[in-house]
Ligand binder design. Structure first.
Ligand code: GLN
Length: 233
């Protein structure tokens, strides 16, 4: 079965606040690198879709239960997820990084997290990374459903640190939107992919990959990055 709407549009899930990959403008429109890439690929490959900004973990669940056909949400391609989902070719390099309050001089390494509270977002690789080092460094976890609330908790001083994707943090800090800083280097080796439920909509993965090759070749992919990240992206 497919979740497709009766008029033949694929339902594609995404996150709610994950700039520059997906975020809402003042007039409520969703924009961002993921949205523009999906749009360009759909146009190139001739398919139609309806965007479903569900939030990250809600989109994962919707995809797993076939309520949506695909998902683009700065979603990292991981071996664990490959058991449940089929991924496109990678389209953007990423990695998890630790963020602390802008005036925090106490936390300069993971060791300094002992006895502290760390904010994470449900179902993310940032959350999985924090969990993987939690015993070693001895901190508590505070869980959030979206990135905006997670940052807010650190800025308000309720949580001492957060684990988030580096390109998302870098964008927020460049645009002066957060009173946070990044005391350590990002954890490398992460890539974003478009996903479908395992074994479902294989034609959608094929079209995404074919379209990605085309928009890389015709300059559209780079134009999209330039739009959101500036000319040196
Ligand atoms: N890249 C991270 C992951 O896949 C976070 C994605 C997100 O928060 N939208 O888990």
């Amino acid at each position: 079965a497919s979740a497709k709407t009766t008029d033949g549009k694929y339902l594609i899930g995404t996150d709610v606040t994950f700039a520059p990959f997906e975020y809402q403008t003042a007039d409520g429109e969703y924009v961002g690198i993921d949205i523009d890439i999906l749009n360009a690929i759909a146009e190139d490959q001739g398919f139609e879709y309806e965007l479903k900004p569900l939030g990250f973990s809600a989109a994962l669940q919707a995809l797993e239960s076939n309520q949506i056909d695909g998902m683009i949400a700065g979603m990292s391609i991981t071996d664990e997820r490959k058991a449940s989902f089929d991924f496109s070719d990678p389209y953007f390099e990423s990695g998890v990084v630790m963020a602390v309050g802008a005036s925090d001089d106490e936390i300069t390494s993971y060791e300094d997290l002992a006895g502290k509270t760390v904010a994470v977002k449900t179902g993310t690789t940032g959350s999985a990374f924090a969990e993987s080092i939690q015993k070693k460094y001895g901190f508590k976890l505070n869980t959030f459903e979206d990135s905006a609330n997670m940052y807010e908790d650190v800025q308000a001083g309720n949580s001492d640190a957060a684990f988030e994707d580096y390109p998302v943090m870098a964008y927020a800090l460049n645009n002066d939107r957060l009173k946070l800083k990044l005391p350590t280097e990002a954890e490398p080796g992460d890539n974003y992919g478009f996903a479908v439920n395992k074994g479902m909509n294989p034609e959608l993965i094929e079209q995404f990959n074919a379209g990605l090759i085309n928009i890389r070749a015709n300059g559209t992919y780079q134009e999209i990055l330039d739009t959101y990240l500036g000319e040196n992206s």
